[in-house]
Design a protein. Structure first.
Length: 575
């Protein structure tokens, strides 16, 4: 309603002139500002993910003393972060990790540059890795298919207490030691009988039976009770973080710490009370014998890696200690924030993350792989879900080594590693080595930058087809070494029709016979650069370097794949 005035001769109010139509550049700039404001609000509310955990600051090579992330150029860093002291010298490679935007500048890049068929895209943020968990578990831990890494030799005990054991010719000791390093060649074994007293059932034997403890559900997962105390009141559970194949994970506050004498003393949370206490993540292994043994093995591998990385510079999650609770093995880890799939979902849904964020994360992932290679360990399940970041999102840690093993334990199995990140040598039945993790990192980096899953195969056969569409045909030398090659290829190396079960839909998927050329039909460069329209020259060069790194990570022949050391010296990371 127009407000009246007391003036006798009111002039008619001038009509506003039609607004000038905004240019595309002005509209995009306006959308960028709105997006930056939304991201800033998200950043200010992220403390709820890891409520009172003290900020983890990177150390050593990667961003020492840095805890700064800018959501946009010129924006205010998230609450709780700190600025670098200008007087302190910057560490090596500080340009990579000092501060980087997580969000891409143009949220419409996906629509402008995406030249692929929409129906074949699988968005990284929407993928639920738990869909494949049960089928993978059945294949890996079924009665007829328990991997050698977690098998236990049967113990033969007769009625009079005679036990048949295997010993080496020269030492005469029991060699079934899961903690022994398997570096030497296996020595010939002989059997002898010894008489021993029958011992009471061990914790491992007790864990073999489900529902011994009412705290376990029918699948052996621990039933989490919020507020519950663990290990005689040392920890108190306050949230559940979910479950995986081997365990479920909870977040807990540390109520008691060890003093100098090794005794436990209560921890004072200060003015904040319990909210000021240190937090940890506790992995509670399922109450089943194969899982229990796998948990022991994971703890052993993590201890080995920690000894090789005492300064905590190599970006593998830190295991603090282990204990048992009601028949469940528990592994206590440092507390981190969200995983990389959640980061993509929050900051780069459908379009991926900023190229500088991908560069920093790639640097840290290859540092982690360099540590694994030094320890002769294969992670064997690298994917965004198994990579955690700190609260400031500038530091990541490789986690969940439940599938990890020594590089000498490469028993051929076509279902190792989550399917979308599974290297071709695993599917084909070629003896594998730590280069399988390089393939998984390549798939992960593509996903981080584009927001799409590179090889969303519905079965192993479908995975091979998608790989060849991007990378061309497999060479004949590799196929000759492959145990399962005849399942997918004819004598001329042509891909043949194959039917396999789709793990997600529970149906059989038929992949038809195709005759691909030596070069793929879907160039990796065009797929990556397609989501990079309109970049500044400097960023376009970075994206080009990323493509070159991905090409080297995703070589079909594992023997020609880039190594972690070579990747750390690549132009994408070193500049």
């Amino acid at each position: 309603m127009r407000e009246t005035t007391a003036q006798p001769e009111a002039q008619p109010e001038p009509q506003p002139e039609p607004a000038e139509e905004k240019t595309i550049e002005e509209l995009m700039e306006e959308r960028r500002r709105k997006r930056a404001a939304i991201l800033a609000r998200h950043a200010s509310g992220q403390s709820s993910v890891a409520a009172s955990a003290p900020p983890l600051t990177p150390s050593g090579v990667v961003g020492e003393g840095v805890a700064r992330i800018s959501i946009k150029d010129g924006s205010v860093p998230p609450a709780g972060t700190t600025q670098r002291d200008s007087a302190s010298p910057p560490p090596p490679n500080s340009g990579i990790n000092d501060g980087f935007a997580l969000a891409k500048e143009d949220e419409d890049k996906d629509e402008k540059g995406d030249t692929e068929e929409k129906a074949e895209l699988v968005k990284a943020a929407d993928y639920d890795p738990s869909l494949d968990r049960r089928e993978d578990e059945r294949r890996r831990f079924g009665v007829e298919d328990v991997p050698a890494a977690v098998k236990e030799e049967p113990m033969l005990v007769d009625d009079e207490g005679e036990e048949e054991v295997e010993v080496t010719d020269d030492e005469g000791e029991d060699v079934d030691d899961m903690f022994a390093l398997d570096d030497d060649e296996e020595k010939p074994k002989k059997k002898k009988k010894v008489v021993r007293k029958k011992a009471a059932p061990t914790t491992l034997q007790a864990a073999a039976t489900l529902m011994i403890d009412s705290a376990a559900d029918p699948e052996g997962y621990y039933t989490v009770i919020l507020g519950e105390y663990l290990e005689d009141g040392r920890y108190q559970v306050f949230s559940s973080l979910g479950k995986g194949m081997f365990a479920n994970v909870v977040r807990a506050r540390v109520l008691k710490e060890e003093d100098d004498s090794g005794g436990l003393v209560d921890v004072d949370g200060g003015k904040e009370g319990r909210d000021g206490l240190r937090e940890v993540a506790i992995k509670i292994i399922r109450c089943q014998e194969p899982m229990y043994k796998a948990g022991l093995k994971e703890a052993h591998i993590l201890q080995k890696l920690r000894i090789l990385d005492l300064e905590d510079k190599k970006h593998v999650v830190k295991l603090e200690r282990t204990f048992e609770h009601r028949g469940h093995l528990c592994l206590v880890f440092e507390s981190l924030s969200m995983n990389l799939r959640e980061v993509v979902k929050r900051f780069g849904k459908d379009v991926g993350l900023n190229i500088r964020a991908v560069r920093a994360y790639a640097h840290q992932l290859f540092l982690a792989l360099s540590l694994l290679k030094k320890a002769n360990v294969m992670h064997a399940d690298i994917k965004p879900d198994n990579i955690l970041v700190n609260e400031q999102k500038n530091l990541l840690k490789l986690c969940d080594l439940g599938s990890a093993s020594d590089a000498s334990e490469n028993e051929v199995t076509p279902y190792l590693v989550s399917r979308f990140y599974r290297a071709p040598e695993i599917i084909l039945g070629v003896p594998y080595d730590p280069s399988l993790d390089v393939w998984s990192v390549g798939c992960t980096l593509y996903e981080l930058y584009t927001g799409k899953i590179l090889f969303p195969g519905k079965s192993n056969a479908h995975m091979l087809l998608l790989m060849m569409e991007v990378k061309g045909r497999f060479n004949s030398k590799l196929l000759k070494r492959a145990k399962f090659a005849d399942k997918y290829f004819d004598s001329l190396g042509n891909f043949v029709e194959a039917a396999e079960k789709d793990l997600g839909l529970g149906k059989e998927v038929v992949v038809n016979r195709v005759n691909l050329g030596n070069r793929g039909t879907r160039d990796l460069r065009s797929r990556v650069m397609g989501s990079s329209v309109g970049l500044r020259e400097e960023e376009a060069k970075l994206v080009g370097s990323l493509v070159d790194l991905l090409e080297k990570c995703l070589v079909l022949d594992p023997g020609r794949r880039i190594t972690p050391k070579e990747a750390l010296n690549h132009a994408f990371i070193r500049g």
